[in-house]
Design a protein around this ligand. Structure first.
Ligand SMILES: NC(=O)c1ccc[n+]([C@@H]2O[C@H](COP(=O)([O-])OP(=O)(O)OC[C@H]3O[C@@H](n4cnc5c(N)ncnc54)[C@H](O)[C@@H]3O)[C@@H](O)[C@H]2O)c1
Ligand SMILES: O=c1ccn([C@@H]2O[C@H](COP(=O)(O)OP(=O)(O)O[C@H]3O[C@H](CO)[C@@H](O)[C@H](O)[C@H]3O)[C@@H](O)[C@H]2O)c(=O)[nH]1
Length: 336
């Protein structure tokens, strides 16, 4: 049977572009929609159509779905910065929840029956126990987490009518870059720890701020479960296949390795990979940060047969650093 066309929303962004590469490498026809608010054309392969539009524009989305005879959607488009969601919650509900509602409506009208959604560990809030499994209470502690949890609920209710089936993948902290160097994190005004630290390592920044050293963790800094973006992209292809194979089944899976690394441990590992230390500035806590997020990933492994290939922390950091070096050289060449 021939493979249906997959619409990747946010496919010019960090994780979406890696999913596009994984689909493309596996021979799926792909079309990307991205409003380029935080995406870049250069990370989308030339052969993949990129339509610059907003997913909140239901009429435009209906037209794309019909014109490209889309069979399933991978929905990455959205706003992603936790502290920004605290200062501008209205925007986060609009761009994450309201825009997803419009996209879902367009999908239902166009008869698209499968949707894979980028959800987040932020739906759990500050969990009482780690590792966190998918049945843990969902009590977000920031508007970003709520905006994603509301979208999950909408998908769950619509799927219960039989109109669609969906997969919600709750990512933990995504890091690293395509092992073949075709994509990586670009994003304007980086805020993610490893991206910021790599920018400091190549000389784009003077230092890394460490947000909070008084958390109830062994070294006082926050613990996260960093997952390589290429392993995450591979999980998406498996999840897509599962959705298409069994249209009656929907699912929610954590995506992480089940391993916690503190902010200071990440920086120490970066120093080792880079060979020279980056300067740290120890500072106060950042709003909206839970102390510890580590995934229980048994469901992803058992139900999808997911086998991570790039889990080593050094490998994650090396790929992020070599991407950052390449970006830096490119920018230097443009300025010269
Ligand atoms: N990066 C992480 O660690 C992480 C963790 C958990 C979940 N997620 C989720 O994964 C998804 C992708 O995140 P990312 O890190 O690749 O971010 P990103 O900003 O690199 O990618 C998001 C893309 O969506 C586009 N976009 C935003 N709003 C849009 C809209 N209304 N219409 C069309 N395009 C729009 C942006 O231009 C960008 O290219 C997001 O939904 C995010 O919430 C990310
Ligand atoms: O310059 C920095 C940046 C971050 N941190 C800390 O590093 C940790 C990780 O922060 P960051 O990389 O910004 O990611 P999170 O805030 O944990 O959020 C990411 O991971 C979540 C899932 O765990 C996703 O939902 C979000 O979309 C994604 O941005 C946190 O303790 C931060 O306080 C610093 O100390 N200094």
């Amino acid at each position: 049977m021939s493979k249906p066309t997959i619409l990747v929303t946010g496919g010019a962004g960090y994780i979406g572009s890696h999913a596009v590469l994984a689909l493309y490498d596996a021979g799926w026809p792909v079309v990307v929609v991205d409003n380029l608010s935080n995406g870049s054309r250069e990370v989308v392969p030339d052969e993949v159509p990129l339509i610059e539009t907003d997913i909140g524009d239901a009429a435009a989305m209906r037209a794309v779905l019909k014109e490209h005879r889309v069979g399933a959607i991978m929905h990455f488009a959205g706003s992603i910065v936790v502290p920004e969601s605290v200062t501008d919650p209205h925007f986060y509900y609009r761009n994450n929840t309201v825009a997803s509602h419009a996209l879902l409506g367009a999908a239902m009208e166009a008869g698209v029956r499968h949707l894979l959604f980028s959800s987040t560990a932020a739906t759990y809030g500050a969990p009482e126990t780690v590792p966190i499994d998918e049945d843990a209470p969902t009590r977000p502690i920031n508007p970003y987490g709520w905006s994603k949890l509301m979208t999950e609920q909408m998908l769950r209710d619509v799927a219960a009518t039989g109109a669609i089936n969906y997969g919600a993948l709750r990512y933990f902290n995504v890091a690293g870059a395509d092992p073949k160097g075709r994509s990586g994190q670009i994003g304007k005004g980086a805020t993610h720890l490893l991206k910021v630290a790599c920018e400091a390592a190549v000389g784009k920044r003077s230092h890394v701020d460490v947000f909070g050293t008084d958390y109830p963790t062994p070294d006082g800094t926050c613990i996260r479960d960093y997952i390589h973006v290429a392993d995450l992209a591979a999980a998406h292809v498996l999840a897509l296949e599962a959705l298409i194979a069994d249209p009656a089944e929907s699912f929610t899976f954590n995506c992480g390795y089940g391993r916690g690394t503190s902010v200071l441990e990440m920086l120490e590992m970066l120093d080792r990979v880079n060979g020279t230390p980056v300067k740290r500035v120890l500072g106060p806590r950042r709003a909206g940060d839970p102390p510890q997020l580590v995934a229980a990933n048994r469901r992803l492994v058992e139900r999808l047969g997911w086998q991570p290939r790039f889990a080593d922390t050094g490998t994650i950091i090396e790929s992020a650093l070599s991407w950052e070096r390449r970006l830096f050289q490119k920018e230097a060449a443009v300025c010269a």
